[in-house]
Design a protein around this ligand. Structure first.
Ligand SMILES: [Zn+2]
Length: 343
């Protein structure tokens, strides 16, 4: 039995010398030390030995088992270390290699325009206000002093859910919500900027879309006059289009402001000399505005003898199309990456 053990050891040593992987070592461990392994079998058979033989054979058997256990585990460690070394050598970082380009998405021109305008007004102390896109006729028309026969109220011009509920046609109902809220919470004076989505029953063409964006602003306080209104507008256009930009206030008629004005700016492309962007006129219309109509203030519970204010609204698509020289509004909503990638 002793000889058997020693030849088993010799055989195992040879196998261990040839083993190069952890898997091969595991196979050797199972072959000799496993439940049905060869050494295990011999150890089981030791019961048949005489009392005199047992200690000597047992000693050898234990030695062989220890030898195999130790060698297998130290060999495993050696293989593992050399694998790690090889891996580390292979993975050495070459700092001179050019980096991999990650494709980063871009902001949509509409979002960029909203961000740009918002930043200018936030810098002037305005805060952003938002409201729902599904509005009441009351907030969208009535409280804004819109006459009952105003064409935008027409069923064919606006998306109605019912007689009293519609998809808002402008961001102006947020003015009503903000003023009522301010009256309730002692929140006057008010300086808000309202970016948002609006809807009109337009057939899409190069300049019309049934869904579009507006940015609206509203200031209500004591002693707010045309001076504050014009000063704010001038500061805004200078920041948006450049320091030399001039403004022109053209009288207009909106139901919610009195007096009302459309604001033109000198063309940022040609500086006023005339070019395709301004259609040869040198001026570009960018927003509608005016002093808040006393009826609108009254409708929100604000005394027009004590408070006054001004409001202005601009089309975000129009601004973006001017600024980026886009000639078809539909391009903004087709989500064609080749188009959007240019901004
Ligand atoms: Zn021009």
């Amino acid at each position: 039995m002793k000889e058997k053990l020693l030849s088993l050891k010799e055989e195992a040593v040879k196998l261990l010398e040839d083993a190069n992987t952890v898997e091969e070592l595991d196979a050797i461990r199972v072959k000799y030390l496993g439940k049905k392994g060869e050494l295990t079998k011999i150890l089981k058979d030791m019961g048949r030995l005489s009392k005199e033989e047992k200690p000597a054979v047992g000693k050898v058997a234990n030695e062989v088992r220890e030898f195999l256990t130790d060698t297998i585990s130290s060999e495993k460690e050696r293989i593992y270390n050399s694998m790690m070394k090889e891996k580390i050598e292979k993975e050495t970082i070459d700092v001179t290699l050019p980096g991999k380009n990650t494709k980063v998405g871009k902001k949509h021109p509409i979002s960029r325009m909203i961000d740009e305008v918002s930043e200018i007004f936030i810098g002037m102390g305005f805060s952003i206000a938002e409201g729902p896109e599904v509005e009441t006729v009351e907030n969208n028309f009535d409280a804004l002093n819109s006459p009952q026969d105003h064409p935008s109220r027409d069923m064919s011009d606006t998306f109605y859910f019912s007689e009293d509920v519609l998809l808002r046609t402008q961001t102006s109902p947020v003015q009503i919500r903000a003023m009522k809220e301010a009256v309730k919470n002692d929140g006057l004076p008010l300086k808000i900027l309202v970016p948002g989505r609006c809807f009109r029953a337009d057939t899409p063409d190069a300049t019309h879309s049934p869904m579009f964006h507006q940015i609206e602003l509203l200031v209500v306080g004591k002693d707010i006059t045309m001076t504050e209104f014009k000063g704010t507008m001038n500061t805004f256009v200078e920041k948006l289009f450049g320091k030399d930009t001039k403004t022109k206030f053209r009288p207009h008629n909106f139901p919610f402001t009195e007096p009302s004005a459309e604001v033109d700016v000198t063309c940022f492309k040609c500086g006023g000399e005339g070019c395709p962007v301004c259609k040869g006129e040198g001026w570009i219309e960018i927003l509608g505005s005016g002093m808040v109509h006393p009826n609108v203030l009254r409708n929100c519970g604000i005394d027009p003898d004590e408070y006054s204010g001004f409001a202005a609204g601009m089309g975000v698509e129009r601004l973006a199309m001017l600024k980026y020289e886009i000639d078809d509004i539909r391009l903004l909503f087709e989500n064609d990456i080749r188009f959007l990638d240019q901004f």
